[in-house]
Design a protein. Structure first.
Length: 288
């Protein structure tokens, strides 16, 4: 099993390395640190081949620095690719290496909160055929050496079964507890407000039934808990959950996703605004 870290020589890149190390150690996987550099963009003064050489040499230096961040107990390799599209190159490299997960960090701009997504990462979470793990800002300071538990945001829409299968497989391989969560956000229920107890109870009952069905699919080898969380908004509901260092959350792709592709949905995007734990977004076809 391989985990591909899309590295940049930034704090976000170092956050990604830290999460990659955590995942690799937990899953007994090999860590592949990769950089994708663009082809010649300054050809007016030097040849494209020379530019490629300069960019590749600089990338090697940065990757050497990234490699130094990886503890001795984690197997690591480094890789450089030259591609016109950075996001496309990351996907191509991950597929070439047969990686199960691409790890990326925040690079500024985009969403608020601990996850701040740049244009490249935004492209990844709306097109990648490989699961993408998003490292929150400050992940490099985490005191957790390994993943402590997996939370799976279970819903009833298409793709929920694939997400659950991926979460079960991940928790089983990691040997960590699995928490199944159904979030009820009042602002996503047209015509319903907090005082509408009948409607809210129906929503609770539906979510509980979904969780019960999901729990019934577990093999028995994973310690599992389930909970229904209510909030005025998605953000409130997420904040109603307890999080510890080493926790991560897995979410499925939007129903808008093409087959075998990611597409971060609006609900998961809102969750990112308040989460300070890593999020793994799973393609519609699940994990490889």
């Amino acid at each position: 099993m391989k985990i591909y870290v899309a590295y940049l020589a930034t704090d976000g890149g170092r956050d990604a390395v830290a999460l990659g190390v955590q995942l690799a150690r937990t899953l007994d996987a090999e860590l592949a640190l990769g950089m994708v550099v663009p082809p010649d963009q300054t050809g007016a003064f030097v040849s494209g081949d020379l530019v490629d050489q300069v960019l590749t040499a600089q990338a090697r230096t940065w990757l050497k620095q990234a490699e130094a961040l990886v503890p001795d107990d984690v197997e690591v390799t480094t890789h450089i690719g030259v591609y016109d599209s950075i996001a496309g190159g990351i996907i191509a490299e991950a597929e070439r290496l047969e990686a199960t997960v691409v790890v990326a960090g925040g690079t500024g701009g985009g969403l608020l909160g601990r996850h701040s997504l740049g244009a490249v990462v935004n492209d990844l979470i709306h097109s990648s055929p490989v699961a993408v793990a998003l490292a929150p800002r400050g992940q490099r300071h985490s005191k957790a050496d390994r993943v402590r538990s997996v939370t799976c945001a279970v819903g009833s829409r298409a793709g929920a079964d694939e997400l659950l299968d991926a979460a079960i497989a991940g928790a089983e391989r990691a040997g960590v507890p699995l928490r199944l969560v159904s979030l009820i956000a009042v602002d996503l229920m047209p015509g319903v407000h907090q005082a509408d107890q009948e409607a809210l109870e129906k929503a609770r009952a539906h979510s509980a039934a979904v969780l019960e069905e999901a729990t019934g699919r577990l093999s028995g080898t994973v310690e599992v808990t389930s909970t229904v969380v209510l909030g005025d908004t998605v953000e409130d509901a997420v904040n109603g959950l307890e999080w510890q260092p080493g926790d991560l959350i897995m979410v499925g792709s939007s129903r808008l996703a093409a087959p075998k592709r990611l597409f971060l949905g609006s609900t998961a995007a809102r969750m990112l605004r308040v989460l300070d734990v890593p999020m793994v977004v799973v393609p519609r076809a699940g994990l490889a």
